[in-house]
Design a protein around this ligand. Structure first.
Ligand code: HOZ
Length: 432
């Protein structure tokens, strides 16, 4: 299957050196290719829908730096704005007007957000929101869902998705039992399990946090009534509902999953797209809750680089591009063509597959399906996915190196890219 031009000599050299310098040779686990095997590819540059590695192989990219590159990598408008911002300096550590601009855009777009605080990553946003929900309700327990990932803070490393699922780690050494004692879990898409937890722990649960569309256990959408049911239960129980929209925010709709499904949570976390490729996270919600954050209120959270002018600039430009008419229709059309094509090619070549998409987010499992939750996702054929991943790589298509990660398209992906991807998939799937 290996094409004549596919060489990875330099990637191998650099990664061998990296392994002596950094744990596993990487700065974040999933990119080490542990679950798909083979050497990870070391990248050199990105542009539009494409990435190039250090050996000069070109790939059609469906990772999009894990979501932020929704307008395509290095969009000229974002780069121009960044160059101008760079002339004014890289960090102020003090208020800047750009924060107001991005805050206004986020507040206007996301139904639940009346006030927002910028941080530097999705992990930070989720950590802060956890403290805030506990402070607001004066309760300690939280409910999260199996396979959902809310960053790597201690309290969330219970049956977590993303790298934790990819590496098959049940939990992490170093997390004290006390840190996770208040974290209750339920299967995704299971309202009865949530109801039962509230009955077992009356007046003790601060809130329910979830990815409204799961992307960190592979792509798993909510079943009809699930999000509305959570809204109803949390209201009845005096608990908060938190949507972790780090992946879905400005991705599946401009206003995120909450706009798409018409369910307004109490608090929302954001990241990825709002940073336009620079490190940004954010959390926001109703004014009465957000006013508890220091210095307006007593709940402490801070950050030297938070509200960084370069990150704000990239975020503003990205959202400006996204709010142009037709952006989400274009993402939906191109991603639908991709996933429907992949499912058709896989079925035609004799493989059991299931999958779907929402705007520019998609996923496919080697399973008969449907996949409702993490347990279902774990039944998918991971060994086959690993071979498929490697084959696609050798054919010039870069997919997320884990079956427990959603895929992402961008406004830069063209019909020709999709056709090339489907032709590659046919070659690979026929060989499996
Ligand atoms: N947690 C991110 C994906 N859901 C990043 C994974 C990585 O870069 O290793």
């Amino acid at each position: 299957m290996l094409t004549d031009t596919f060489k990875t000599t330099k990637s191998e050299e650099i990664f061998a050196a990296a392994q002596k310098l950094m744990p596993g040779g990487v700065s974040s686990p999933v990119r080490a290719f542990k679950s798909v095997g083979g050497q990870p590819i070391v990248f050199d540059r990105v542009k539009g829908a494409y990435i190039w590695d250090v050996d000069d192989n070109q790939y059609i990219d469906y990772v999009g730096t894990w979501g932020p590159a929704i307008c395509g990598h290095s969009h000229p408008d974002v780069i121009t704005a960044l160059r101008e911002a760079l002339d004014k300096g890289t960090s102020f550590g003090a208020p800047c007007q750009l924060e107001n601009v991005l805050a206004e855009m986020v507040i206007a777009a996301v139904p639940s957000i009346e006030m927002v605080r910028f941080v530097n990553s999705g992990t930070e946003a989720c950590m802060a929101v956890l403290r805030l929900m506990r402070a607001f309700t004066n309760r300690e327990k939280i409910i999260k869902f199996e396979g959902c990932y809310h960053g790597h803070a201690d309290m969330f490393l219970v049956k977590a998705g993303s790298g934790v699922a990819t590496l098959g780690l049940p939990d992490s050494p170093g997390v004290p039992k006390a840190a996770t004692a208040s974290t209750l879990t339920a299967p995704y898409n299971d309202l009865q399990a949530v109801q039962k937890l509230f009955e077992e722990h009356p007046d003790q649960i601060a809130g329910v946090i979830l990815e409204p569309v799961v992307g960190n256990a592979g792509f798993i959408p909510p079943e009809a009534g699930f999000l509305a049911g959570l809204r109803e239960i949390t209201r009845e129980q005096g608990a908060l509902l938190i949507f972790d929209e780090v992946m879905t925010g400005f991705r599946i709709a401009y206003g995120g999953a909450q706009a798409k499904y018409g369910i307004t949570p109490d608090l929302t976390t954001l990241g990825k797209v709002i940073g336009g490729g620079l490190p940004v996270g954010a959390y926001g919600g109703r004014q009465e809750i957000m006013s508890m954050i220091a210095p307006a209120g007593p709940v402490y959270q801070a950050g030297t680089l938070s509200g960084n002018p370069l990150a704000m600039t990239a975020g503003i430009k990205t959202l400006e591009l996204l709010r142009r008419p037709g952006s989400y229709e274009q993402l939906d059309q191109i991603t639908g063509k991709l996933i429907n094509g992949l499912l058709a090619v896989a079925k035609a070549t004799g493989h059991e597959v299931c999958g779907g998409h929402l705007s520019g987010m998609f996923g496919m499992f080697f399973a008969l399906g449907p996949v409702h939750n993490y347990e279902d996702a774990k039944q998918a054929d991971a060994a086959k996915f690993a071979k498929f991943h490697r084959g696609m790589l050798e054919q010039g298509v870069y997919l997320a190196p884990s079956q427990f990660e959603a895929g992402f398209t961008s406004l830069a992906h063209t019909d020709a890219d999709i056709e090339k991807t489907l032709a590659a998939a046919k070659v690979v799937l026929e060989s499996l």
